[in-house]
Design a protein around this ligand. Structure first.
Ligand SMILES: Cc1cc2nc3c(=O)[nH]c(=O)nc-3n(C[C@H](O)[C@H](O)[C@H](O)COP(=O)(O)O)c2cc1C
Length: 347
């Protein structure tokens, strides 16, 4: 029997809407707007890298696209970005009712050095952005303002303690940032982190950290997540706002080329070693950093332009491709992984 709501897009591999691949599976803990994705993936927000072109391509390809509000510079550009994304996805949906775009997300950095937060929140409320991702701080007013218009809020955490705080403050769900993630990352095994969270929380959870192939997306679900959160692999796409050298370094590098250090921003993160060396740093003797250095004011742009972030999963990236092609690969691998485990790929 065909699963209810199964989506098989023309000219695309026959990947059913993941939440309904098998009617015998337990119900998803996802809000309705996130149950209609092509595969269970959120493309994570990346400082500098994520722009409207990338977000629109990700959403049209059937996964949640996202960007940090701070990428729209100056602050007034945020309204233009939101207007463009909303209208292009709306046009796509009118033309292709059979394969509507996935919802998009905006990331607010909730940190005292982010002087734009109030302005940016006003804009995301005005445009009724479907999903808000908060990082570095969980704040009741951000969650209340978003849920008031029906939006969903996901907060990214690196341990169970922060997870409790975010849910107590009103976040709808969590992004568990485990070891190996690009950008600011945790150090905990994804299995340990998910099992601690799932011991008390049955709401939406995305898993972040070194997920760059469809098998790993399925593994995230098997380990207790609803969704995979994929960042670094999207740096090597035509749409990403990254110089060609950065894209090619993602293609050429493996986990061995990544260093976990707090010397760059004051908070631990994963970075491409060749860019540390090129900037006069010795990966074997990185200076210790002070958390108070962390800043989301404009001077942060320079550090991230010179020293490139990436997660440990980039060994899966073999070429710079369009974002839609990358989503096709993830979808094919996801279906193949299900088949390997004897799960039904499509009803
Ligand atoms: C270059 C880069 C920039 C990032 N910037 C942000 C950011 O501004 N806000 C945020 O919440 N996460 C940021 N992240 C982290 C991602 O949201 C996500 O946790 C991570 O990319 C997932 O791991 P992966 O890169 O191994 O797929 C960034 C990651 C990278 C690689």
């Amino acid at each position: 029997m065909q699963a209810v709501g199964m989506r098989v897009w023309p000219n695309r591999p026959a990947v059913a809407c993941f939440g309904q691949i098998n009617e015998n599976e337990p119900p998803m803990s996802l809000p309705p707007i996130m149950q209609n994705l092509r595969i269970p993936v959120i493309a994570s927000p990346m400082f500098i890298v994520s722009n409207p072109e990338l977000v629109i391509a990700q959403c049209k390809a059937g996964i949640v696209g996202s960007f940090p509000a701070l990428n729209a510079r100056p602050a007034e550009a945020l309204a233009e970005w939101l207007d463009r994304i909303t209208s292009e996805l709306g046009e796509h949906n009118s033309k292709h009712p059979d394969r509507p775009a996935a919802p998009f997300a905006v990331n607010h950095i909730v940190h005292r050095s982010n002087v734009r937060l109030e302005h940016d929140l006003e804009q995301t409320v005005k445009f009724k952005v479907p999903i808000i991702i908060t990082s570095l701080g969980a704040r009741e007013d951000v969650y209340a303002a978003t849920t008031a218009y029906g939006g969903i809020t996901l907060h990214d955490i690196i341990n169970d303690n922060f997870a409790h705080k975010a849910i107590e403050k009103g976040a709808t769900g969590l992004i568990a940032v485990a070891a190996g993630a690009g950008g600011h990352a945790g150090a905990t095994s994804p299995f340990a982190l998910l099992q601690e969270i799932r011991a008390w929380f049955d709401g939406p959870v995305a898993l972040s950290g070194a997920i760059a192939n469809g098998g790993a997306v399925l593994a995230a679900q098997a380990a207790g997540a609803d969704l995979a959160y994929v960042g670094s692999a999207f740096i090597a796409t035509h749409e990403a706002n990254a110089v060609e050298g950065y894209k090619q370094m993602i293609v050429d590098s493996n986990a061995k080329d990544i260093l976990y250090t707090n010397a760059i921003s004051g908070v631990h993160g994963n970075y491409l070693i060749p860019t540390l060396v090129a900037n006069g740093l010795d990966p074997a003797n990185m200076p210790a950093a002070d958390k108070s250095q962390m800043s989301f004011a404009d001077n942060r742009v320079r550090a991230w332009k010179d020293i490139w972030g990436a997660g440990q999963g980039i060994g899966a990236v073999k070429a710079v491709v369009g974002a839609a092609e990358l989503v096709d690969r993830l979808a094919r691998e996801y279906v193949a992984a299900r088949a390997r485990l004897g799960l039904r790929a499509a009803a």
